[in-house]
Write a protein that binds this ligand. Structure first.
Ligand code: TA6
Length: 298
């Protein structure tokens, strides 16, 4: 495990003896790379114009969304004056340390821990959301999986409510050959169709245009991404009941200044586990834990 660079673009790089690796920017505790297959296969999509210098949320990898998903409620809510997707992905987190282990079968894993608390957040964010909290985020790499889990703790006197989501940009070879399974029958809000509510009628979701759906209260915990009918990833939710599926497609991709190349939407799909339908409430001293395990199946 190395810490590379300094200042806003410093990152933690961990590599297993078998070559798999993960890279985490201290900015936003954003995973920017996860390689499996001995380090041969990059599993995450990262825009060629992603800001990696702390000037803007990273366009790609796994941005951490907290305490609000999407545009905050217009007014009268503690998150109302926060930016879209909250402040966690644009704050500088602390690297709390690493632990490497080898199980009885000789397979290695390495766990990296990151922390963010009230004192680490910008003055404007703290003013906007004046609640005492502490986040602990662990990133665990094994030969064929990446686990990312957050602990949210209420360190203050008053209770607060939050949303949380892992905005994972999965890399695919050709979006036209991708199907997403595990959502059959699930209700979703379609943000491309004026945030109207629908039910997933087909076993497989195909991405054939701009897609921005919030699947809610999904009964089973695994969402699978297949390409050409072959399983690519299993995204397993841990104590998070919602999943957002997003692809900006042609116009939206072209409209984002930090989304490059413009046709990069053909090589990515966001499968974002979270608790974003309604709010998680935390009383004084209470802790919430949630996260994901992404299994690379190729
Ligand atoms: O997760 C889907 C989404 O909420 C989309 O509506 C789109 O806004 C995307 O996130 C990216 O948001 P960002 O603030 O990173 O540009």
């Amino acid at each position: 495990v190395d810490i590379v660079g300094s200042g806003p673009s410093s990152k933690v790089v961990a590599t297993l003896p078998s070559g798999e690796s993960v890279e985490v920017l201290l900015y936003g505790a954003t995973v920017t790379s996860w390689k499996s297959n001995g380090g041969q296969t990059e599993n995450l999509w990262l825009s060629e114009k992603a800001a990696l210098d702390g000037t803007k949320a990273v366009r790609g990898g796994i941005p951490v969304v907290f305490p609000v998903f999407g545009p905050p409620p217009k007014s009268g809510h503690p998150t109302s004056s926060l930016p879209q997707h909250g402040f966690a992905r644009t704050s500088r987190w602390e690297f709390l340390g690493k632990s490497a282990s080898e199980d009885a079968l000789g397979s290695n894993s390495v766990k990296l821990d990151f922390g963010l608390e009230t004192s680490g957040v910008s003055d404007e964010a703290r003013k906007a959301w004046p609640l005492d909290f502490a986040l602990q985020y662990s990133v665990t790499l094994t030969k064929d999986s990446l686990q990312t889990v957050v602990n949210v703790r209420n360190e203050g006197e008053q209770s607060f409510e939050f949303q949380f989501l892992l905005h994972t940009y999965l890399r695919v070879n050709d979006i036209s050959k991708v199907t997403i399974n595990g959502l059959l029958g699930v209700e979703y809000i379609d943000k491309v169709l004026n945030a109207t509510t629908h039910q997933q009628a087909d076993m497989s979701l195909k991405i054939t245009g701009e897609t921005d759906r919030v699947y809610k209260s999904i009964p089973q915990d695994t969402t699978s991404v297949l390409e050409d009918g072959k399983p690519l990833f299993d995204v397993v939710r841990d104590n998070l009941q919602d999943t957002v599926v997003w692809n900006p497609w042609v116009e939206k991709a072209a409209a984002m200044g930090d989304f490059a190349p413009n046709d990069g939407f053909k090589n990515m799909v966001c499968v974002e586990v979270g608790t974003v339908d309604g709010w998680q409430k935390l009383d004084k001293g209470e802790v919430f834990e949630g996260g994901q395990i992404i299994k690379s199946l190729l």
